[in-house]
Design a protein around this ligand. Structure first.
Ligand code: HEC
Ligand code: HEC
Length: 415
């Protein structure tokens, strides 16, 4: 058995006291986030489980990703397993951040849908806050643009954004990251074995992108009901089917698209649903964030943008009509990725549906399709039930795969 590691608490980059952990309990499962009831009190005891063991089952992710899954298209370029393995190792390595404490996986937590359930907007290096919710990383291979405002298009280039952002991993320069990784013999030899040019800013991006592209997850109960040639209604209830009717009839599908052969549940486009106005009405100054019981920080301004003001797509195009437009998120695995919206302002799927029923944020400039819906309470419940059927069959397997590696940190000399 591997050495227990109790440093990594899911969802938080902060080591609290040792968490209760019953032996024999499944070490790897989805949904380990704490509900934080009574969190205001300094007596608070977390119910979050620490990742004590890295003992998950490794999957042949590259081979699996090369085969299309039910409900999803084929990936554009075949993946190579050595590259995916290298990317997986890097994704969990805390030495990728300036003070070796924060890995990509601590904001994109495998058990929490590769996002963070506990914080609306994550806290990065030295408690510096960000202004947006961490998106899930499932099915990125099919996404034409990245970030809530679509400012990036290449997954390979994107990695440098969190690596260098002062409120994320806070590295002073690309050179500093490359130097640190080159000094770790296992990385040096793995990069030399796989890439002619060895470890460079570009190959680091290639490896991390390969792992993220391999996080493909379809074949949900909805897919088995909607796309399978022999209709399998096993885990797709008649209530979910009613919910899908509501989804189509109320126009959700026009932005969260479902095609004839596959369904990405996003049009890849940018729309104003009124969330920007609601955020402005709540006040643009950031509230204090509780990062541990009794420990509060007031996030300083988002260092990358030097503001907490968020104009959405307008920041990329400069066009005023793009103000508060955000990229339509895919709804695949949406039951796992709370809280919702670009600012994490809505806590549950029930509340998202209520938001739509009430006509969004009532911004006069919002998309005209966002308008009060005349549906019954039963129809609302059915809609939520439908959204819950979009959870893929392989999410537990992807978590176990993620936990199959030894996390890289200062004490880990193997990698
Ligand atoms: C401190 C928390 C934090 C860390 C650490 C972090 N991320 Fe993120 N990530 C975010 C947030 C927040 C966003 C959304 C930012 C935005 O849209 O402006 C994001 C967005 C992304 C996206 C875009 C996804 C999409 O759907 O558009 C990718 C890909 C990504 N991160 C990968 C990574 C990788 C790879 C690493 C490690 C090198 C990493 N992240 C480290 C918080 C984090
Ligand atoms: C005009 C396009 C459009 C329509 C119509 C639409 N949505 Fe959305 N949806 C979006 C956008 C854009 C966001 C992100 C908004 C933000 O981040 O502020 C979103 C967010 C969501 C989210 C949160 C996902 C996440 O990961 O944060 C859910 C759930 C959702 N929509 C469900 C629905 C349902 C159900 C309907 C129909 C009642 C619907 N949407 C109609 C564009 C649309």
């Amino acid at each position: 058995m591997k050495k227990p590691r109790d440093l990594l608490f899911l969802g938080l980059a902060i080591a609290l006291h040792s968490a209760p952990y019953a032996h024999g309990q499944a070490a790897h499962r989805v949904g380990l986030a704490d509900n934080r009831e009574g969190y205001e009190s300094t007596q608070y005891k977390t119910q979050s489980e620490a990742v004590l063991e890295q003992s998950g089952q490794r999957l042949p992710l590259a081979e699996q990703a090369n085969d299309p899954q039910l409900g999803l298209p084929r990936i554009a370029k075949a993946l190579h397993s050595e590259e995916v393995d290298l990317g997986r190792q890097l994704f969990f390595d805390r030495r990728l951040s300036a003070n070796a404490n924060l890995s990509c996986a601590m904001c994109h937590v495998p058990e929490q849908g590769f996002t963070q359930n506990e914080l609306a907007t994550p806290v990065g290096d030295e408690g510096r806050g960000g202004r947006r919710n961490a998106p899930s990383l499932y099915n990125l291979a099919f996404q034409p643009s990245l970030f809530w405002d679509g400012r990036e298009h290449s997954l390979e280039a994107q990695v440098w954004s969190p690596l260098l952002a002062r409120n994320e991993m806070a590295n002073p320069s690309k050179e500093a990251v490359l130097e640190r990784l080159t000094s770790i013999p296992a990385y040096e030899s793995a990069f030399a074995a796989h890439y002619d040019q060895g470890l460079t800013a570009q190959t680091l991006g290639l490896a991390l992108a390969a792992y993220q592209r391999a996080l493909i997850s379809g074949n949900s109960p909805f897919d088995r009901w909607y796309f399978a040639s022999s209709k399998n209604t096993g885990d797709f209830s008649s209530q979910a089917a009613r919910g899908f009717d509501v989804f189509k009839n109320q126009g959700c599908q026009s932005c969260h698209t479902v095609g004839g052969e596959y369904a990405l549940f996003t049009d890849g486009d940018f729309h104003n649903t009124g969330t920007g106005l609601l955020r402005e009405e709540r006040g643009i100054m950031p509230k204090q964030v509780q990062v541990a019981p009794g420990v509060f920080v007031i996030p300083r301004v988002d260092v990358e943008t030097e503001t907490f003001i968020d104009e959405g797509r307008q920041e990329v195009t400069g066009r005023s009509e793009d103000r508060w437009r955000y990229r339509t998120p895919s709804l695949r695995n949406v039951a796992l990725t709370a809280p919702y919206m670009h600012d994490g302002s809505i806590r549950s799927l029930e509340d998202v549906v209520t938001f739509y029923v009430q006509g969004g944020g009532h911004d006069p400039h919002q998309d005209q399709r966002i308008r009060p819906l005349d549906i019954t309470a039963e129809e609302q419940e059915a809609l939520v039930e439908f959204l819950r059927t979009l959870t893929a069959s392989n999410v537990d397997a992807l978590v176990a795969d993620a936990r199959s590696i030894e996390i890289g940190d200062r004490d880990n000399t193997a990698y």
